[in-house]
Design a protein around this ligand. Structure first.
Ligand SMILES: [Zn+2]
Length: 319
């Protein structure tokens, strides 16, 4: 049994399922979509399971869910690409008031809940407030800041635990990732399986890591700006990944400087060359750049700001 299933079996949520007193509306939160989907799968299995050690994974109901063919478990949207629109919310609400087909309950898993706009959330709220008999709503969110307080107050909020690195590694190998790439992806994924999969399946991942390591180690003087900006201008498609990897190293360097024991040579080198204040300001600045990037600001000017910021923090908050 993998560790996430073991953890779920021992969780307060599963205890409440066994005692038949689970809230009918739940909001699951994790930055890792893989962890969310995985937890929702165990939750749905446990609610439907006919066995004693729920979720048993062996009974007919568990097997149907594992094979994605339980007609009383509905996913909105079916693929996790985007958030629900008005027509889909109406369909969901209508569906919630019809009886289950086979089981004695119906479960709705609502993906990307934090992407649903406020008026659509209000539309959903009424159903969450007075859920139809034996109907469960499981909302998945990668962050909770877009979820209406009224929705949150109707739901039991579950902070989904991160997937262990061992389990993420198994998943990467299962997806055909080679050992070397898996090892590198694990180093930069911050226990986020979705991120690890994204990194490990990007052919430019090793090159992006090398770029970040080079920047943090060797970029120190303004006369180097031209050289580094020329390199980064060519990496437009990879900029999000580069910034995420950069943030991951900076965060670990901060943790090292705060006394945490981390076995990571790159982060240690950064911790020796930047002060805590410099790193904290770098992280803040990178988050602003990510926002600018989302708003389609000019790429070259984002690169210039990024490089200037690295020089500036070294100067403003020296060691
Ligand atoms: Zn079962």
């Amino acid at each position: 049994m993998n560790s996430s299933l073991q953890n779920f079996k021992e969780s307060p949520v599963n205890k409440d399922i066994k005692q038949n007193k689970l809230s009918h509306s739940l909001l699951l939160i994790s930055p890792d979509n893989y962890a969310l989907e995985n937890y929702a799968k165990y939750l749905v299995m446990s609610l439907m399971c006919l066995g004693i050690d729920k979720p048993c994974g062996e009974c007919s109901e568990c097997k149907k869910i594992l094979h994605g063919n339980n007609v009383d478990v509905l996913y909105y949207p079916q693929k996790d690409a985007k958030s629900l629109n008005s027509a889909e919310i109406s369909d969901l609400i209508d569906n919630a008031f019809s009886a289950p087909y086979e089981a004695d309950k119906k479960i709705f898993v609502i993906r990307n809940a934090n992407g649903i706009d406020a008026s659509m959330q209000n539309k959903l709220l009424k159903t969450l407030e007075e859920p139809p008999h034996n109907t469960y709503f499981i909302l998945l969110a990668t962050m909770d800041n877009n979820i209406l307080p009224t929705i949150k107050s109707r739901c039991r909020i579950v902070r989904v635990p991160a997937i262990s690195l061992d389990e993420i590694k198994q998943e990467l190998i299962h997806k055909g990732v080679d050992e070397g790439t898996a090892k590198l992806a694990l180093k930069y994924c911050d226990n986020n399986c979705d991120l690890a999969l994204k990194y490990a399946t990007n052919p430019n991942f090793a090159q992006n890591v090398a770029m970040v390591e080079d920047l943090l180690k060797n970029f120190r003087k303004s006369w180097q700006m031209l050289d580094y900006s020329a390199k980064l201008y060519k990496l437009n498609e990879n900029f999000e990944d580069i910034i995420e990897i950069f943030l991951s190293v900076c965060s670990r360097a901060v943790a090292l400087l705060c006394g945490k024991k981390i076995d990571d040579n790159v982060a240690r080198n950064v911790a020796e060359n930047f002060s805590v204040d410099a790193l904290v300001n770098l992280v803040k600045g990178c988050n602003t750049l990510i926002e600018k990037r989302k708003r389609n600001c000019n790429y070259n000017s984002i690169v210039d700001s990024f490089l200037f910021m690295i020089l500036e923090v070294r100067h403003k908050w020296p060691i």
